[in-house]
Design a protein around this ligand. Sequence first.
Ligand code: NBY
Length: 818
Amino acid sequence: MKRQMPSTKELEREIKDRVKSMFRKDFEDATEEEIYRACAEVVNDVVIDNWLTTQKEFVKQDPKCVYYMSMEFLIGRLLGNNMINMRGYTEVMDALANLGVDINLIEDQEPDPALGNGGLGRLAACFLDSLATLQYPAYGCGIRYHYGMFKQKINDGFQEEVPDDWLQTRYPFELQRSEYEFEVKFGGWVRYENQPDGSTKYIHEGYNSVIATPYDMPITGFDNGMVNTLMIWDAKPKEVFRLASFERGDYNKAVEDMNLARNLTEVLYPNDNHIQGKELRLKQQYFFVSASLQRAIDKYLRYHNDIMRLPEKVVFQMNDTHPTLTVAELMRLLMDEHGLGWDDAWEVTTHCVAYTNHTIMAEALEKWPEDIFKGLLPRIYMIVEEINRRFCEEIKAKFPGDDEKVHRMAILADGQVKMAHMAICAGFSVNGVAALHTEILKNVSLHDFYEMYPEKFNNKTNGITQRRFLMHGNYKLSDWVIKKIGRGWITDLSQMEKLTMLLDDKKSLQQFMDIKLENKKRLAKYIFDHNGIAVDPNSIFDVQVKRLHEYKRQLLNILHVMYLYNQIKEHPEMDFYPTTFIFGAKASAGYENAKLIIKLINNVGAVINNDKSIDNKLKVVFIEDYRVSNAEWIFAAADVSEQISTASKEASGTGNMKFMLNGAVTIGTMDGANVEMYQELGGENIFIFGMSSDEVIAHEKNHDYNPVDEMNKNPHIQKVLSQLVNGNYSIDNPELFRPIYNSLLNTQCTERADTYFVLKDFASYCEAHEKIQEAYKDREKWARMALSNVAHVGKFSSDRTIQEYVDDIWHLDKLELK
Ligand code: NBY
């Protein structure tokens, strides 16, 4: 039976009681942190009951289940999310209010679990939310990093990274499950023995190992009593006892094992769309893959005896190539631990694993040096060699005489292990994350593979959960939508379409814009409290928040701001609607160009924000430490959403959808899921600019783009570029931004200048912004555009995405819950 949240009155009492029993304090004397912990336990009580029930039904109904394998789960704070999904948010809010406490302050006590970098990790979290809400049995499998994504401090305009110690105090929404521990082995060598029956036995010796111990987190569905599990693995040494007792002989090994366990899960690699081929990362990959597969097979064998039928109950979805070792580890477990021969093991494996690609960026394609790989995973390497041998035979058979092709497609080539090749070779499904992205995979980046296995390729356009990004982040708009069209959209976002009936209703449009203004005031206060900058809630809030990457072109945005500033100064009389440009972005710690762009944004802000002569027409704000928790408020407050990647580079984008859901209007290129937003919206409700992906790809192929030409024909660009290096934005060090200038223009550098076509798209970007200015001045027209965005967001729910994964790839059974 589904357990409900208590009533407001009961909650008041329970929270007070908890504060007392946990902290021996009266409520009045408790700190906000203590109240948060008490609330978490009260909510947890309900969650745990439903979790138990769900897992019992799981055993009874024995449905097929997906294991979502991901190095990253950017789940964000859970207290608010769980209260929303258990339908108790308002009740807790009221209970706290009756006790004289603001729920926001309480929620703000929770560390924001940042076990991911950006879009890929957040997508995994949205998927878990949708799976539970749609009642599909699922496990998320990942790593319990002790330090998640670093916290960003801005010091004198520069980014500084501060460790994110989210486990400093016990996290209330995790449960250690010591009964499901498994050993994971690294290094050593493989000896083999021929068996009397003609088979070969492989024996792994001389290895180091750790014990993987899982921590389960509950993933609640919306209002259905379903609770799935996110299992994140931590490592502990196996030999603590032997180490302590100084047992002779293996002391060194015990110390090694201890260090291995200590380092394995210490920290998340803070890179997005860029790999750093560090051995420790390969260790992390094998660690969580091996532990998760062992647990999955264990669970399967508890209730079934025919391992050949594993694909009827289990599917592993690999979130990018990071968990591709799933392929070889599953083969190993099936052969070495469960006695299958190669062909049977391959039959099972290739029906159990599927792969999602999230990028076409060359620097993000995972390749491991063979020697590192072989040294760390000797048995896995043998299996990869055999997979590769058979795969190359298959290519040769299909394309006789094309040795080039075999070389291009091989899993082992040029001294490297190519993870994507293995994922595609073994996976029964290969999907991209937006229609355009999937077409580019098929026709360009993975064309060879598409020719070989066209039937594997499919598209699954990304989506986001409206529970977190509207109900929780923007309750005012959420309540308004409920008043207008009911509650159906909460689990069926296509019902937002009903809002179209309000598009000509002036009163509704006004209410809608009033809510936006309220949300802008909330963000303005946040900005004032955190940045000390006063921004005008009546100005246009033009927002770009996402990881900092050159292909995402924050540089184009800030160069345009510099241009606007020049215009306003030169033509003070010009008609210009005051605009606040808001940025938020973390740069990978070693990504120098990205860090310099952050500094540029801050310096431009410092100059513009302090220039009285422009009458507050322009403001530039860099929000420190952009993360899931402040993102919710930022989306709610945005008028304009900047989605301006170089066409073809952003696989999908999901921020674009979160803005749309919150009634912001997009300025964007025809890239990623922007293309599909355009199709849903019609051209009049989105501002499209810049080159198409075909044009970009053609320039890249023909090497015929010269940024100097773009500069020469546009005096505005010339002026802005000169201001990068004349001290305008860095008086004490005029050379500070020279590297940015050079990246755009320098034809001597080895790489092509202006790799991401910033100057090429500049003029058309400026034009699109002029159109925004025009549109915004007509307040009613703008309201209609913004509301149209909400009305047409239906497709971009992760509920729709998950249903497509289920229908086309996973074929899961829904769990029945009473
Ligand atoms: O995945 C993002 C894509 O850039 C975005 O377009 C898409 O919407 C989103 C979800 O499909 N990719 C992404 O976030 N990638 C990473 O964060 C990432 C992290 C680590 C590594 C590579 C990529 N790595 O190799 O270490």
